[in-house]
Design a protein around this ligand. Structure first.
Ligand code: ADP
Length: 387
């Protein structure tokens, strides 16, 4: 991949216009530092302190413009009110562009890292995997919970982080009413459920409290849930991502030291289009896609057992083949899956011998095998990241 040059970054920044003055940030002499390392770019904008907070949209626009450059893995733009401040260093551990980066002993735990910069790693956790979907309502959280329980059933030490801060579902799906405690006043203890260590913003904030999150708040809330929770030693931490492929999701995909991502889709065409967006998002930031799960794949009548392919099942499998990513399995649309989740006893623990629980366990085994294979290597040649 071609090295990103300072002048290329400057040219891109010259397209970002300050709406107040109508001039671009380079012409305004705001850019006081540019640093690049690998595909990671950091920029310092020197701003008038009086305009500071009002310039946040401009800062974000700069970040987006740099992030959209081919070959850029991450872009961090910070504002300072001091001339000649050095740009923040790019993240210390640039992610190798291929699977298999995680494993025991990876470092980079960034306590004290500047907000908005640095990679989030959790010591003691071997693999962090994201469960994501291109849009809401496809069963991402249901899949994340049952996948985590499936992993635990295989004997894998598993945690579950509900990062869907717009609509946390773990309190309901795991029937958690208690609040997390802290032993040292600094870190929270995860809440143990069905053999999983779990955390959710919903454990802390009441479900009916309206939460309005702005981009930077999303990042810092998630960062705290990763860093300030005593996850302890885990083989896998499953992160239930916020639905969609917006900025918050991209930041998360970029900043969290992910070993891989699982994309959940329904068979409808429209959902597959969204799934493709999710897939591309992870590819863009060089996170290996562990595979695609087709949820609500077919309807199994709970009365007669007849199978109906309401949404034309199989689309996700075909799409996964086309895109060259593994297909992890198909989960039927079944009342038991909904009622067990909604009553706080997901199907893998409520009906461990049911065919549905079996499907989740098989998916978990495929995910685990892939993580293990990626860890063992041989490492593939670095993947070229294209957009
Ligand atoms: P998302 O996280 O994508 O928004 P959820 O996991 O919250 O979606 O699922 C949305 C609704 O669909 C929930 O009520 C859930 O119980 C139900 N659901 C999810 N997957 C299935 C399935 N395979 N069969 C039946 N109901 C399902």
């Amino acid at each position: 991949m071609a090295e990103i040059t300072e002048s290329a970054v400057r040219n891109v920044l010259a397209t970002v216009i300050d709406p107040v003055t109508g001039r671009n940030v380079v012409a305004l002499d705001m850019v006081s530092g540019i640093a690049t390392r690998g595909g990671h770019v950091a920029v310092t904008l020197d701003v008038d302190p009086a305009r500071g907070p009002a310039l946040e949209p401009l800062r974000q626009a700069c970040e987006q413009a740099v992030r959209a450059m081919p070959g850029v893995l991450s872009a961090t733009v910070v504002m300072t009110a001091e001339r000649a401040a050095p740009p923040p260093p790019p993240p210390p551990s640039a992610r190798p562009a291929g699977p298999g980066r995680a494993g025991p002993g990876h470092t980079g735990h960034g306590h004290g890292a500047a907000p908005g910069g640095g990679r989030i790693d959790v010591p003691g956790v071997k693999h962090i995997i994201a469960v994501a979907s291109g849009k809401g309502g496809v069963g991402k959280s249901t899949t994340a919970v049952n996948l985590a329980l499936g992993l635990a059933a295989l004997g894998v030490r598993t945690g579950l982080l509900d990062a869907d801060i717009y609509g946390p579902s773990m309190p309901r799906m795991l029937s958690v009413k208690e609040k997390p405690e802290s032993t040292d006043g600094k870190q929270l203890k995860p809440i143990e459920r069905y053999g999983l260590r779990t955390m959710s913003i919903g454990y802390i904030v009441a479900e009916d409290t309206p939460m309005i999150w702005r981009g930077p708040m999303v990042s810092s809330a998630l960062e705290q849930m990763l860093r300030d929770v005593q996850w302890g030693d885990l083989d896998v931490l499953v992160v239930d991502m916020p639905p969609g492929t917006g900025d918050a999701q991209l930041t998360l995909a970029q900043r969290v030291a992910l070993s891989g991502a699982v994309i959940v889709s329904t068979p409808q065409d429209i959902a597959l289009v969204d799934a493709r967006k999710g897939l591309n998002m992870f590819r863009k930031v060089a996170v290996p896609v562990l595979g695609v799960v087709e949820n609500m794949s077919y309807f199994l009548c709970p009365k007669c057992g007849e199978r109906s392919e309401i949404f034309g099942h199989g689309g996700a499998h075909e799409e996964a083949d086309k895109l060259g990513v593994p297909f992890l399995g198909e989960i039927p649309l079944h009342l038991d899956i909904r009622t067990t989740s909604d009553s706080g006893h997901p199907i893998v623990v409520a009906k461990p011998d049911s065919p549905h629980a079996q499907i989740y366990k098989e998916i978990a085994a495929r995910v685990w095998n892939q993580l293990a294979a990626n860890e063992r290597g041989p490492r593939p040649a670095p993947r070229i990241v294209t957009r």
